[in-house]
Unconditional design. Structure first.
Length: 362
């Protein structure tokens, strides 16, 4: 039905309803006056014009009340609904309770308000859409803030390399040969490129980095990461070891994201433990998955951090810096459809296990 025909139909219905209301009102007022004259004989002495005026005013009042009830009341509800939406109130239950007079018990529009049905239904749909968009926006903002926190945390690792090597170069007690200085400059350049990569190449997709997997040797990749962490000036007093059941393991993974994850775990073991801490990286394969086990014999993690990690839900933001690295690692591993397990006891060290699915092995 076109909008013109619908408008004509509504106009016809409104005209018929007006005639019906006026007719019923005239009969009702006349009957009431007849009864009143029987109980109050003095009314019979009034001029006939007074009766006409009383009947006319009564009919107008009855018509205005009925029109307000049938038209004004739902119209004000529609205006109030739109005003609420403009103020950012998108809860459908709020409008359902506030304007409950529009519906029957089975959530259907009352018959007397059928002319407003399309408008009310569209408002319900608009409210649901705006509420859904609001929830998606809030979730995207939370994920974006979490992503920014993760990148900010990860930048600390290459910065620690840069600071350590700069301290070595400016120290008056250490004399470096030309070859050593050139090697340090190459390492500093590499770490600067890593920082630029964190800022430039990690693209948002609902607040998460885009995963770009490529086939590479996972064992060699992890061995180089372990060696790189051992060469960090802050790791000078720590003891690193690397073990693998296999000499090579071709695997599809995102080298940048997995590097962020493993580097986070290794540097946490360095920065949060005393000197002479032993850190071991092991690679194992089972029938179900690939296991990357990183163990240290340090002071362990606070129990509250482990509890927050165990009960953490996807998208949760942490209000403390403590433990944020593990939450970043968990997200990065889950992007590889993997799982992260953390076992730690005070003064007995920490074991972090990364489980990766075998279906990415080719």
């Amino acid at each position: 039905m076109t909008i013109v025909r619908r408008s004509m139909l509504l106009s016809l219905v409104f005209l018929m309803a007006s005639v019906l209301v006026i007719s019923v009102g005239f009969v009702a007022v006349t009957v009431v006056l007849i009864f009143l004259m029987q109980y109050f004989p003095a009314l019979q002495l009034l001029d006939i014009k007074v009766y006409h005026i009383l009947v006319f005013l009564s009919i107008i009042g009855f018509y205005m009340y009925t029109a307000g009830w049938l038209i004004g009341k739902p119209s004000l509800a529609v205006v109030g609904w739109m005003k609420g939406l403009s103020e950012g109130k998108y809860d459908s239950r709020f409008y359902g309770e506030r304007y409950s007079f529009l519906w029957r018990k089975k959530d259907k529009i009352k018959l007397i308000y059928i002319p407003f049905k399309d408008m009310i239904v569209r408002l319900q749909e608009l409210t649901a859409t705006l509420d859904h968009n609001r929830q998606e926006l809030e979730q995207a903002n939370e994920l974006r803030e979490q992503w920014i926190s993760g990148v900010s945390h990860d930048i600390k690792t290459p910065l620690s390399y840069i600071k350590g090597y700069l301290d070595v170069m400016v120290s008056p007690q250490i004399e470096l040969a030309k070859e050593e200085k050139e090697r340090i400059f190459r390492l500093l350049s590499q770490k600067v490129q890593e920082i630029e990569g964190l800022i430039r190449t990690f693209q948002f997709k609902h607040g998460k980095p885009r995963v770009l997997k490529a086939r590479s040797d996972l064992v060699r990749f992890l061995r180089e990461l372990t060696l790189d962490a051992a060469n960090n000036p802050k790791s000078a007093a720590c003891q690193f070891s690397f073990e693998s059941q296999v000499s090579a393991l071709p695997y599809y993974f995102d080298s940048k994201l997995l590097k962020r994850a493993v580097q986070n775990i290794l540097m946490n073991a360095v920065l949060h433990n005393p000197p002479e801490t032993s850190i071991t990286v092991q690679v194992r394969t089972t029938d179900q998955n690939i296991q990357i086990i990183i163990t240290d014999n340090g002071v362990g993690m606070p129990s509250e951090v482990v509890q927050r990690f165990d009960h953490r839900q996807p998208g949760d933001l942490q209000d403390k810096d403590e433990g944020i690295g593990l939450f970043v690692v968990k997200d990065l591993i889950e992007e590889h459809r993997g799982e992260l397990q953390v076992h730690s006891r005070p003064n007995r060290g920490t074991t972090v296990t990364i489980l990766l699915p075998l279906d990415a092995v080719r």
